[in-house]
Write a protein that binds this ligand. Structure first.
Ligand code: ATP
Ligand code: MG
Length: 183
């Protein structure tokens, strides 16, 4: 029989409570609130460096409002990236997104530019080989895989997601939080 320590059970309860509380709060967010929020993800390949990445995200001026590890089902991955359905990279993208848990992040940054744009500026270009030095897609491709060339030999993609408009922030956060709430 598996014995759980009191600590494990306590931290599990706190985690569950945080998710429930956040879902309650989320229901009351207005469109104006979403200007200051974004939906972000650490994709499965980089989850191993989650703690370091979250510190890095905070040091770039973002507040992590919500964070959880989540295994995407194939259905969720296809739905999440449905705008790319039919493109040459779509099946590979679905495969990557379901290859292990992702880290789901709801980030906040107050400022002149919408939060989704501020986050995409930190991400850098979609192709990690073209992502500017210092951007997340550049830095972690080097740290985790020894550079974009080595990584792209394995996977034709990148390790971070960012919604591309306020409408996408609303759509993507609703989609994933609904999936979490239903489980
Ligand atoms: P994301 O939506 O993941 O934040 P993005 O907005 O920079 O990335 P999109 O055009 O929305 O780029 O593509 C979604 C994802 O599909 C990319 O992050 C990448 O993983 C993959 N992708 C896009 N274009 C290509 C491509 N030409 N070759 C391989 N994978 C690609
Ligand atoms: Mg995109």
């Amino acid at each position: 029989m598996i014995k759980y320590s009191q600590n494990t059970i306590t931290s599990l309860n706190i985690k569950l409570m945080e998710t429930k509380l956040f879902l309650e709060k989320f229901k009351n967010f207005s469109v104006q609130d979403f200007e200051h929020l974004t939906y972000a993800m650490i994709k499965p390949d980089a989850v191993v460096a989650k703690e370091e990445i979250i510190h890095d995200i905070e040091s770039r001026g973002f507040t992590v409002l919500f964070e959880t590890n989540r295994q995407f089902s194939e259905e969720l991955a296809r739905n999440f990236y449905s705008e790319h359905n039919g493109k040459s990279f779509f099946e590979g993208l679905v495969q990557q997104m379901t290859s292990g848990p992702v880290v789901v992040l709801i980030l906040q940054k107050m400022g002149e530019i919408p939060c989704f744009q501020a986050w995409r500026n930190e991400l850098g270009a979609t192709d990690p080989a073209k992502a500017a030095e210092g951007t997340l897609r550049n830095v972690y491709t080097h740290k985790l895989f020894g550079g974009p060339e080595a990584y792209l030999e394995r996977r034709a993609t990148n390790c971070f997601h960012g919604a591309d408009s306020v409408a996408s922030v609303i759509r993507e956060s609703n989609l994933v939080l609904y999936d979490i709430a239903m489980s």
